[in-house]
Design a protein around this ligand. Structure first.
Ligand SMILES: Cc1cc2nc3c(=O)[nH]c(=O)nc-3n(C[C@H](O)[C@H](O)[C@H](O)COP(=O)(O)O)c2cc1C
Length: 535
């Protein structure tokens, strides 16, 4: 940890959420609602748009609440200060560049400007709000949790939702396998409380840090992903350090009773409800906040717009980064990766490669499934396909894929716990689709992607004969090489060569200048066997 001098230099505003929201507004990414909106009205509005949202008069307290700040790749790229194309490289660059944490005193920490402790604590004054139709309570869904493993001293960071129980208590969800689950289960077995502090209202980079799992100190990830020293402050009622520039913190502990109370159902990342589970209860011992705190929410499980959710986009970024790393180690020329967040839980990945050897698509599929368990389907395309374009990928699936040769099914592999199609099983199947062209045949006319000819460039020849004397040419290339804006005269000039016994054509259709029988086009080489011709 650094000295006070370092603390005085660290920027306490640069990574606050409000600053980032201003940037998003400048980018035209935010839908602003200045009209009063009841807490019951928030979720339907959030679900109805792909934009981030800023409500300036939410609930009876007329609070400012922002939503979906990380709900698109464009917004994540803004958070990383890079382009969407460079996001996955930037992710690994920052993950690997270590940055210090700088502890600031409570008096200097913006998030400690207002301190509410003891009996004055009232979670019910925060905008927990109804979300999905069958949820178990109202939720505060944009919380990031900070803990210290009492057994090792290791600092852990994750995201966990909170459901309102009363002014001092909230439900939380720690059922899926996670570091927090391991830490808390061990505490509960010893009948010990686990101190925990949540931040609410954080920069998207802090969410990226929270969802990246690593064996070492996870608090350090906050600074690493920001790419510069991160200010942290010790909580008032426990020893946990949290970002000093957050909007709000909720301090307290998960109690010693373990998984003692039912939590949920709640809309989950697969687009279905997660069932009620027994879960720990959070007891709040302090609430701190900035003077002009910006509240923060997100929707988690709306089925048909999962690609607009913060968690799907954050997961997609991480998955794409990991997939590109695997591809670079597996095939000669990986081109792009794109996770289809709408598929639920990060299940469908599209990849494009420039094939340099037979079998590369298969190798890519196998390596990606081995390295990234959460994926369910991987499609591999050639580099001429824009994998963000549904039309192009559909066309490639329809014309370059044969299920009996190009489908890879891996059985008995671990699936996503919340995937209802597993029907309760822990393991299921993964499918790989090799949608690449047959290797080595890309140059053949019947494997060539058809598109209108775009004529350009200055004339290079004056006659068809001169053009063909330079080498074999396709019809449209002859037209272009003569600078013609018509083309009919070229067809007639070719016929004149045919009649004069000077025209040939190869199997791909190029015209050649050759010695031929007058009136008959010579065939240069052999034509392709046409399967429609019969034997
Ligand atoms: C917005 C958001 C909300 C999340 N909510 C929960 C949750 O309530 N319960 C849970 O187990 N995981 C939740 N997750 C996933 C965990 O945060 C993620 O698995 C994280 O890596 C766990 O961290 P840990 O293993 O360091 O404890 C959420 C993720 C996001 C992005």
């Amino acid at each position: 940890m650094n000295t006070k001098a370092a603390a005085s230099k660290v920027d306490l505003e640069k990574y606050r959420l409000r600053r980032f929201v201003k940037r998003l507004i400048d980018l035209g990414e935010v839908e602003i609602h200045d009209e009063p909106v009841a807490l019951t009205g928030l979720s339907a509005i959030i679900e109805s748009t792909g934009k981030a949202l800023l409500f300036t008069k939410a609930g009876p307290e007329r609070l400012e609440i922002v939503a979906k700040t990380a709900g698109s790749r464009k917004r994540l790229a803004a958070a990383f200060d890079t382009s969407e194309e460079r996001l996955y490289d930037e992710y690994f660059k920052r993950l690997g560049s270590l940055q210090p944490l700088v502890e600031v005193p409570s008096d200097d920490a913006p998030v400690h400007a207002i301190k509410i402790t003891g009996k004055d604590v009232d979670l019910g004054r925060l905008p927990f709000h109804p979300q999905h139709a069958y949820d178990g309570s109202c939720y505060l869904s944009a919380a990031i949790d900070y803990t210290i493993d009492p057994a090792t001293g290791r600092r852990n960071v994750g995201c966990r939702r909170l459901s309102l129980r009363n002014r001092y208590e909230a439900g939380t969800n720690v059922t899926a396998p996670s570091d927090l689950k391991r830490i808390y289960t061990a505490c509960a077995a010893r009948r010990e409380r686990l101190p925990i502090t949540f931040t609410v209202g954080a920069h998207p980079l802090d969410f990226v840090a929270a969802t990246t799992r690593q064996p070492g100190d996870e608090l350090a990830l906050v600074a690493n992903f920001r790419g510069e020293p991160a200010p942290v402050v010790k909580s008032l009622t426990n020893d946990i350090l949290v970002p000093a520039d957050a909007e709000i913190t909720l301090e307290g502990y998960l109690d010693e009773r373990g998984y003692a109370e039912p939590e949920g159902p709640y809309g989950e990342y697969m687009g279905y409800y997660g069932a009620i589970h027994m879960d720990p209860v959070f007891h709040c011992t302090a609430i701190t906040m900035r003077r002009d705190a910006l509240h923060h929410t997100l929707l988690h499980g709306s089925a048909f717009v999962l690609d607009q959710t913060d968690s799907a986009n954050i997961t997609a970024l991480r998955t794409e980064a990991e997939a590109m790393k695997i591809l670079r180690a597996t095939v000669a020329e990986p081109v792009a990766v794109h996770l289809r967040s709408a598929s639920g839980g990060g299940g469908t990945l599209r990849v494009s490669i420039r094939q340099r050897a037979a079998g590369e698509a298969r190798a890519a599929i196998q390596a990606i499934f081995k390295g990234i368990m959460r994926l369910k389907a991987v499609y591999v395309f050639d580099d001429d396909i824009d994998i963000h374009d549904d039309g192009q990928t559909e066309w490639s699936l329809g014309t370059r894929f044969q299920a009996d040769e190009d489908l890879i099914v891996l059985q008995g592999v671990q699936g996503q716990t919340m995937d209802p199609s597993l029907n309760g099983r822990k393991t299921g199947a993964k499918t790989g689709f090799d949608c690449t062209r047959r290797f080595g045949r890309a140059g053949e006319i019947t494997y060539t992607r058809c598109a209108a000819k775009v004529f350009a460039g200055p004339p290079r020849f004056q006659t068809v004969e001169q053009a063909l004397a330079s080498g074999p040419m396709f019809y449209a290339d002859v037209v272009e090489s003569l600078g013609s804006d018509d083309g009919r005269e070229v067809a007639c000039a070719l016929d004149a060569l045919r009649q004069g016994g000077r025209l040939g054509r190869d199997r791909d259709g190029r015209y050649h200048l050759v010695a031929a029988k007058p009136g008959v086009t010579a065939i240069v080489g052999e034509l392709y066997h046409d399967p429609n011709e019969g034997a």
